[in-house]
Design a protein around this ligand. Sequence first.
Ligand code: ARG
Length: 602
Amino acid sequence: LVFATKTQPLSTMATDEERVGNVKRQLAKLFESSLRAIVPDESDVEPLIAPCTGKFGDYQCNNAMGLWSKIKGKGTEFRGPPSVGQAIMKNLPPSEIVESCSVAGPGFVNVVLSKSWIAKTIQNMLRDGIETWAPQLEVKRAVVDFSSPNIAKEMHVGHLRSTIIGDALARMLEFSNVDVLRRNHVGDWGTQFGMLIEFLFENYPNLEDVSETAIGDLQAFYKASKQRFDDDAAFKLRAQQAVVKLQGGESEYRKAWSKICEISRKEFDKVYQRLGVKLEEKGESFYNPYIPGVIKELSELGLVEESEGARVIFIEGANIPLIVVKSDGGFNYASTDLTALWYRLNEEKAEWIVYVTDVGQQQHFDMFFKAAKRAGWLPADDSKYPKASHVGFGLVLGEDGKRFRTRSSEVVRLVDLLDEAKSRSKTALIERGKAKEWTEQELEQTAEAVGYGAVKYADLKNNRLTNYTFDFDQMLSDKGNTAVYLLYAHARICSIIRKSGKDIDELKKAGVIVLDHAGERELGLHLLQFSEVVEEAGTNLLPNVLCEYLYNLSEIFTKKFYSNCQVVGSAEETSRLLLCEATAIVMRKCFYLLGIEPVYKI
Ligand code: ARG
């Protein structure tokens, strides 16, 4: 057996260990030094650390088997995976993180974390703030392209999903110290505008008369103009000519276009306002002036070919090419997206570009990402930056299992949906007698937080690729894995702290956490995993991972800790109040990252 000398200067790691909450990463550092010591020649072997599956520890190192198959033919002194595991364990540098280690089965090294280290790390977080547990991602700037409805067309539940998921991802990346450009890539350019403008001219010869109230419902306006377009050949012709005039920059046409965009924008903003979502609009039209240059660049690279009158890029493995200039010479969705990608990489210097749309658009994204790789804009290796990722999501279904529609089979208006969620949660609060206890303002605020939170959480908790059924009764239930249950759980923790009569800020400064009871320890460990979960959810673009963590936190708090450990009036009161406070802080940060407003009393 080879025992290398331990040269790691451990004292320099101490501050890191105290400040950074990512346990997995810290263990990885320790195991890395052990791996380097036992197999100095295998410098590319990365430590594989995961939470324990069995009950023999908190985390495990899974390197032994893989390492064994790498070195077995090479005259090694090891006799098999278990002896590799033993050596990994014996060479671990001493650390205050680790209480004990053991080797199980084919060389898994189980680690039991030190209780006092867990306690101390939580105390430090209470003192220095949850920001000290923020993940550090290697990406400096990212674009999150989300929501992105189409002007004058309906903003449907698909766009609601994009808005909710995109906002959560943006929040997680922002928390991880990434500079996020939140982009609303609205569909504000395209052939539908010819028809809309012509229809506008027909009905309002004087543009000044056009106001929000005049057009009123833009969806209805769109429908009516589409009807006219389909029914009347002369109108159709005028509409087609209008597109050309608009794109040629004729001022009356530009004015009509911006009028329509403005009215749409106001409608969209109502939804964003209710949801508390911030977005910066850079619509399709923004990229229009850059398209010819980008197509030229791609042509010079030899990527653009002629096919059936159109100009296309052939993609390996795809049976249809990506059309970048239509046969009539016009640009399309793909030309705009290629150009927007070029702009984001070169002008905005983003290293990661994330697109949130329904999975139905996956092929489009696959194809233009591949085109960008052929052009050398993106590396062929998907694990390298700059990187483009498509975040696809499934459908929202109605209770009949079909695509979510209203009774009159219209597309559901988002504003109505949110209003209904709010009014239902208000009714539930009134039934609980809150109208007598609270001011009208408190009632309103709570109804909003719970109602909108319920809609968001019901969407985020599932793996985004699965379809889910939109069901008010289910999402507004105070039992099960719902926002209502979680928000109430948080409020109850706050009330435990309030009722203790103790000044929690004073306790935070000097109080000591002890994790002697199994329930306390389990809660402490779960709190500590917050950072690595946010990192996982952010890097894999999966908000449901954070939802699951939040739900488990609430379950562990209630079932493992609170039902077994008396808080107020016990000998451990200070320590336990601090655990309550840490749980409330972590829950609030989870709510924040999911775009949900917390509730403090119930
Ligand atoms: N406007 C599109 C739609 O409603 C979504 C745009 C997504 N973003 C993009 N860069 N293609 O389907």
